[in-house]
Design a protein around this ligand. Structure first.
Ligand SMILES: Cc1cc2nc3c(=O)[nH]c(=O)nc-3n(C[C@H](O)[C@H](O)[C@H](O)COP(=O)(O)OP(=O)(O)OC[C@H]3O[C@@H](n4cnc5c(N)ncnc54)[C@H](O)[C@@H]3O)c2cc1C
Length: 530
């Protein structure tokens, strides 16, 4: 049920917004607004209204009304983040829901780019490009069934394709934005006054880069243009287990520097044996069928599906640090040659080959329902991460261990569980993610993404504010470890340190840019601490 709250001080604003987007595209009912005051981890004030525009003109009008009213505006894509990026503590905040910006506008095979509205999901884009034999270099987050290209661009996401092509930002060649003034901005070659086309990101200073990873603090992205590449036709899966963390780290870095893998996940023994293996073998059967469907030949597909089935998830018990890798190419020789390089490196560090089930399963269903939002028993989950150069990979893993051991008492007291994942980005970087689990009540926001059938199999916990606080303390302590090493973060939102850790001239410049674009600080105030 949607109804305007006649008692609210912003009733006039709500009525105006309703006129702009139509009654079916505005939510003002308190109960319906409740999930919009939460992300996967944080809970703040619900907005006074959620509006779902479907055109640039509507957004321009909304932004102007917000400015006239002195209200605030935040932007939500798929909503699948956990760093408070679209949440607010302000009482008078309106949320733009970008889910109707869901059109793939242009697939330009001649000039090799694709132009999408910012609410297009990664799953949607992948389905559209696959039959054309095309792909974007970075091609999605694990959350891509719901997560959007606009949300990813605003957080500078990583995952599929990142081992070779880096972050999503590195695949973007142009943006169309609405600034806080309501004015439109296009970037790169697209910003020309004559014959505009988004074929080249670089022409003078890089305005595209300014808005990548801005967490919606600088403008509203309405269209995003991504590079296209020929879709790889051949894929090899490789996995190794290592006797020591040091050998695992050295192998990962040597492989990373070559830039030949599409994805490489390094899992610590806890994450592998507890988290991945306990999610249930039954789920994998469907994924295996998809593995079979997606391979180049039915024969190869069946063979691969069989090897996953025989190995099963339980194969992972009692293995140490492991690397799970996927290599893509245009022919078998190319992927075999990359695999040979990887095998040599892993053998040099006494790695033992294991069944590459995990990367096969991930590729079989790259964008599954976001079951990972809950732990194996239905416990709450939140990751925190940082990015370091290869030279600091082992140091950060050691520092995390030392820090968590120093906090063992709190971890035991609140029955917290944690595990680490390392993820290679391009030739030079490693993302280390620490996944934390605690027993706490799941929220209506989390439930809204998961099926009843799935939820019924999970335990229900009571509210546990002490454990939640303990997790928050650990997260900020962990962020401090990355800061000490000069590390960086994606998904900054309102969660990770950013502005306060920049040198003075960088802070001044960023504040001046924000002021120039949004002098009244109406657009997502507080994101990036701006
Ligand atoms: C199960 C699961 C798996 C995940 N896997 C990955 C992964 O593989 N890699 C990864 O990097 N992250 C991952 N994430 C985190 C998250 O899903 C991603 O960062 C994703 O890119 C968020 O996209 P979204 O559309 O949901 O953005 P939202 O959560 O809606 O928004 C994120 C930020 O972007 C801003 N924003 C959104 N749309 C716009 C727009 N059009 N204009 C301006 N600002 C905007 C918001 O204000 C907010 O600050 C995962 C999360 C879950 C729950």
């Amino acid at each position: 049920m949607r109804s305007l709250d006649d008692q609210g001080p912003s009733n006039l604003l709500k009525k105006t917004l309703e006129t702009i987007v139509g009654i079916d595209n505005i939510i003002t009912d308190r109960e319906e607004l409740s999930p919009y005051g939460k992300d996967i981890y944080y809970e703040k004030l619900p907005p006074i209204a959620v509006v779902t525009p479907s055109s640039n003109e509507q957004i321009t009008k909304i932004v102007k009304e917000i400015n006239n009213d002195g209200a605030n505006l935040s932007v939500r894509g798929g909503g699948l983040s956990y760093s408070g990026g679209y949440l607010t503590d302000k009482k008078n905040s309106v949320m733009l829901n970008m889910q109707k910006f869901n059109k793939i506008l242009e697939i330009n095979k001649e000039d090799m780019y694709v132009r999408v509205e910012s609410g297009v999901t990664w799953n949607q884009l992948n389905i559209a490009l696959e039959p054309l034999g095309l792909r974007t270099p970075f091609w999605g987050t694990g959350s891509g069934l719901y997560a959007t290209v606009g949300g990813g661009a605003s957080q500078n996401a990583i995952n599929y394709g990142s081992g070779r092509y880096g972050t999503l930002g590195e695949s973007i060649i142009g943006l169309r934005l609405i600034l806080a003034s309501g004015e439109e901005l296009r970037t790169g070659s697209w910003s020309t006054t004559q014959n505009p086309a988004p074929f080249n990101r670089y022409y003078g200073p890089d305005l595209t880069g300014l808005f990548i990873g801005d967490n919606g603090a600088l403008a509203i992205k309405t269209e995003i243009c991504l590079q296209l590449i020929p879709r790889p036709t051949h894929t090899n899966y490789i996995a190794y287990s290592f006797g020591s963390r040091s050998e695992f780290v050295k192998s990962a870095s040597e492989i990373g520097r070559l830039g030949i893998i599409s994805e490489c996940f390094g899992l610590d023994p806890f994450f592998l044996s507890e988290r991945i293996t306990s999610t249930g073998f039954a789920d994998d059967i469907d994924k295996l069928l998809n593995v079979a469907k997606n391979q180049q030949t039915v024969f190869k597909g069946i063979k691969e599906a069989f090897s996953v089935a025989v190995a099963g998830r339980r194969y992972a018990a009692n293995v140490g640090y492991t690397l799970h890798m996927t290599v893509d190419g245009r022919n078998q020789t190319e992927v075999d040659s990359a695999e040979e390089d990887i095998n040599k490196i892993c053998n040099n560090y006494a790695g033992k080959p294991i069944k590459a089930s995990i990367s096969r399963i991930m590729r079989g269903t790259p964008f599954p329902p976001p079951a990972m939002m809950l732990g194996p028993k239905g416990d709450r989950w939140v990751p925190m991460h940082g990015i370091v150069p290869h030279s600091l990979h082992e140091t950060i893993l050691e520092n995390v261990d030392t820090y968590m051991n120093a906090n063992k008492e709190a971890i035991d007291e609140h029955d917290l569980v944690w595990g680490q994942v390392s993820n290679l980005i391009g030739h030079s970087r490693v993302l280390v993610e620490i996944n934390l689990y605690w027993k706490d009540k799941r929220t209506d926001m989390i439930e809204s993404y998961l099926s009843n059938e799935f939820l019924e199999k999970k335990d229900i916990f009571t509210e546990n504010p002490d454990a939640y606080r303990a997790v928050g303390k650990l997260r900020s302590g962990l962020a401090g470890l990355f800061r000490e090493l000069g590390g960086t973060h994606l998904q900054i939102g309102r969660s990770y340190p950013f502005l306060e850790s920049r040198m003075t001239s960088a802070q001044t410049l960023l504040k001046a840019i924000k002021f120039q674009i949004d002098p009244s600080n109406n657009v997502n105030p507080g994101a990036l601490k701006l």
